[in-house]
Design a binder for this molecule. Structure first.
Ligand code: CP
Length: 320
């Protein structure tokens, strides 16, 4: 396995793309190439986290992210505890901080946290010794999703700089969109946000992106078409008339896809509302990389653990 020594990575936690430099991002993405080799070979384990304990602490539902972090930690030889919030003392009123301190007392080295409140992982990171990895906080950030998306784009198209990324859908409620906007801009891509004005307000232009309100405009010249899930659970008021109307105006089908260049790839973080954001026939196309994104999530999360472990070792050796 070829890895790049994480000598320059200085972060104890991975809380968001916002706090990472271009060099930090490239270090994780370059190391993920070596870890993808590991997860596709016969013997899929390396000893990077031998003797370390990883706690998965998910206060919101997850299929891909939780299983992907678990597999990544096990492939690195860590012990993994899946903390089941539904049956834990959190339901008896135990404070979040008490819960995590309990977990730390059990010897956790890493806490992977998903929470419905923006900033919850940042709060934890200030209070505990373990390294905290943000697996999604409210509508704020989902940094490892953005990293695995960038890895998938690099693998499919090569260099990200100069590419045009069209992000389509519910930008307003999407932590995935926010992390992807920050990451792709840091790596030199241009980003266009596509959707109805209620979900893509013009104020997003402050993030140095374009906003357009028709799918056709968004697809023209796009190298990457990134479809977001309509998050009905986060919408407190009706921001578009119906799912059917959304599908007609912003759902990607074979007819709409003709407006995009032939080389464009299609991505979605999952879970997909089939037949709404994307038609069944487009789901089946070879340039639709949704399952590749899930596969790449394991390698990218292994790389995240690897660079954080490197930063801890650096700190323990007396460097600040
Ligand atoms: N992409 C993503 O975060 O999926 P899950 O909600 O299944 O983890």
């Amino acid at each position: 396995m070829k890895t790049v020594p994480p000598a320059t990575f200085r972060h104890r936690h991975l809380l968001g793309i916002e706090g990472l430099s271009k060099e930090d991002l490239l270090l994780i993405l370059d190391n993920a190439i070596g870890f993808k080799d590991v997860v596709t070979r016969t013997i899929k384990k390396v000893p990077t986290l031998r003797g370390k304990t990883v706690v998965n602490l998910f206060f919101e539902n997850s299929t891909r992210t939780r299983t992907s972090f678990e597999l990544a930690a096990r492939r690195l030889s860590a012990d993994v505890i899946n903390f089941d919030v539904a049956t834990s003392s959190v339901n008896k009123g135990e404070a979040l901080l008490d819960t995590v301190e309990t977990i730390e007392a059990l010897g956790a080295d890493y806490v992977v946290m998903r929470h419905g409140s923006s900033g919850a992982p940042h709060f934890l990171g200030k209070a505990v010794q373990a390294s905290v990895i943000n697996a999604g906080d409210g509508a704020h950030e989902h940094p490892t999703q953005a990293l695995l998306d960038a890895f998938t784009v690099r693998e499919a198209l090569g260099d990200i700089a100069g590419r045009r990324i069209a992000i389509v859908g519910d930008i307003l409620h999407s932590r995935v969109a926010r992390s992807n906007i920050l990451l792709f801009r840091k790596l030199g891509a241009s980003v266009v946000l596509v959707g109805p004005p209620t979900l893509v307000p013009d104020r997003f232009r402050e993030l140095d992106v374009e906003t357009v309100h028709t799918l056709r405009e968004g697809l023209t010249d796009a190298d990457v078409i990134y479809l977001l899930r309509i998050q009905l659970e986060r919408q407190r008021r009706n921001l578009f008339p119906s799912l059917e109307e959304y599908r007609m105006l912003y759902g990607l089908n074979a007819r709409q896809l003709r407006h995009a260049p032939d080389h464009a790839i299609i991505m979605h973080p999952g879970p997909v509302n089939r037949g709404v954001e994307i038609s069944r026939e487009v789901m089946e196309l070879p340039q639709t990389l949704i399952t590749t994104q899930v596969t790449n999530g394991v390698a990218v999360r292994m790389a995240v653990f690897y660079v954080l472990q490197g930063a801890k070792a650096h700190e323990q050796n007396g460097h600040s």
